[in-house]
Design a protein around this ligand. Sequence first.
Ligand code: JDK
Length: 233
Amino acid sequence: MKISVITMFPEYFDSPLEISLVGKARERGLLEVLLVDLRHWGRGVHRQLDDAPFGGGAGMVMMAEPLAEALAPLRDTHRVLLSPSGAPLTQETLDRWARGGPLTLVCGRYEGVDQRLIDRHIDEEVSLGDYVLLGGEVGALAIIEGVVRLLPGAVGNPESTRTESFRDGLLEEPQYTRPAEFEGAEVPEVLLSGNHARIAEWRLARRRERTRLRRPDLWAAYVDRPRQEDPPG
Ligand code: JDK
């Protein structure tokens, strides 16, 4: 997988790309990341990338031309812009990108990017969620991590990483490991029982409970899901 990242802050990516599974995937040649310093295409002695918004208003807008020039050699990649106005990033989106060709992640700063650049040179606009960050870099890192763990041959890529294993649309159950007692708190007795039917039942109950309390959106989809009918007779 080849991922290009267009950013005003290439150094932002140094440690996250070196360590952990992402670093290993790069060492092993599964992942190639090209960091493109947008400042290179800035205008004037200050290498300016932003200008005031037409129509007035607070803040500055990223100019289309430097971004278009940085993107020119990347026409044949899938060009993704991080933005608070994008479609929410989902596991399905990451699956699609992990199975596809080279990706380009475009990180803006300031208050966003000239719409004409988006209309003419961006294939897909995604958001990490309904909160506002300072720029697209954190989103780009989220995408890199989310894609890398799906790459065939990436360490720790069991079959369970695929979307299907988002199984029935429920959150995960709580998990426990040793010691059996921590600050006086014990592990739920059922998990030590060795009764695998009871364990499975307990896990499903916890997943349903969590989903209902924390994610009413997922819970509504879960209770509405098509269920297989009992065979007649
Ligand atoms: C890329 C710049 C910062 C963007 C204006 C006015 C209400 C804000 C600041 N999921 C997610 N969150 N944040 C991003 C993201 C922010 C970015 C950029 C991605 C580039 N910023 C910024 C827009 C505004 N806007 C209406 C929302 C202020 C992605």
